[in-house]
Design a protein around this ligand. Structure first.
Ligand code: AMP
Length: 266
């Protein structure tokens, strides 16, 4: 209805507590809540888990009904890419798309920025909500929205965790019981780095090496463990006060990502 605010939560489905927290926050910000469920092929590399990505449309629909979501948008791939993926216009965010996860997943953030732009144009929400769990993704979406003058407010929300610290993720489903038992070491390694920074250490390269070592010792194959400026994602400068420690680590079939913020003492 005229005058009502619309909040939008884009997802890839297989909904969990992290998604629920976004939907609840959306409800607090608008009269109408729209959720999309779309596993976006454009953001997956050729050797990644697009085919295996967990799809649970019936459960998702039931959960969103129970949460009283007003509109569920669950398009088919052909509807989103009628010309095919190769020929579609695409959105790039220079630099930010090539670092950290972007260095290990070429084209991933182009796929994310492109689908989010398309979804925002279709839904035309007043506000769109994203998780800080995907910190680099959130930053790239903020940058695209700002640079392309999208008339939408982008809101980031804190990471929802399991009681043992593991960030909720659809990809946690890939873990065997043994892998699930060591998975909280990711958050533990990030927390150790946060405490080191907040206790005044400035040897970030050494903190990064310790994080890589802790994850390797736990049985992960970490892609990176990195201390960055939380506002730019660049390596910290002497002026950087708000930092973020980010990591991506593989175990078995899963590639898990997580991050924590750290405040550098003055
Ligand atoms: P996905 O379905 O994984 O693409 O995620 C959809 C949205 O939910 C994104 O904005 C994610 O950042 C967010 N999200 C995923 N996991 C979590 C979590 N554990 N806590 C908060 N937000 C999350």
């Amino acid at each position: 209805m005229a005058g009502e605010r619309i909040a939008f939560v884009p997802t890839m489905g297989n909904l969990h507590g992290g998604h629920v927290s976004l939907v609840q926050a959306a409800r607090e910000r608008a009269q109408r809540v729209v959720v999309s469920v779309f596993v976006n092929p454009l953001q997956f590399g050729p050797n990644e888990d697009y085919a295996a990505y967990p799809r649970t449309p019936d459960e998702d629909r039931k959960l969103l009904e129970a949460l009283k979501v007003d509109v569920l948008f669950m398009p088919e791939v052909d509807e989103m890419y009628p010309r095919g993926q190769a020929l579609t216009a695409r959105v790039h965010v220079p630099e930010l798309e090539d670092i950290l996860c972007g260095a290990f997943r070429p084209g991933h953030f182009m796929g994310v920025a492109t689908i989010v732009t398309k979804l925002l144009n279709l839904v035309q929400p007043d506000v769109a909500l994203f998780g800080e769990k995907d910190f680099q993704q959130l930053m790239i979406i903020r940058r695209a929205a700002e640079d392309l003058c999208m008339p939408v407010e982008i809101v980031g929300l804190p990471t929802t965790r399991e009681p043992d610290g593991l960030a909720m993720s659809s990809r946690n489903r890939y873990l065997t019981p043994e892998q699930r038992a060591v998975a909280p070491q990711i958050f533990a390694a990030l927390e150790r780095a946060r405490r080191a920074i907040e206790s005044g250490r400035r040897d970030f390269a050494e903190i990064e090496r310790e994080g890589m070592g802790m994850l390797e010792a736990a049985g992960f194959r970490p892609d990176y463990f990195s201390v960055r400026d939380a506002n730019t994602l660049a390596p910290p400068s002497d002026e950087s006060e708000e930092l973020v420690v980010l990591t991506a680590a593989r175990i078995g079939r899963a590639r898990l990502i997580d991050n924590v913020r750290a405040k550098r003492p003055r």
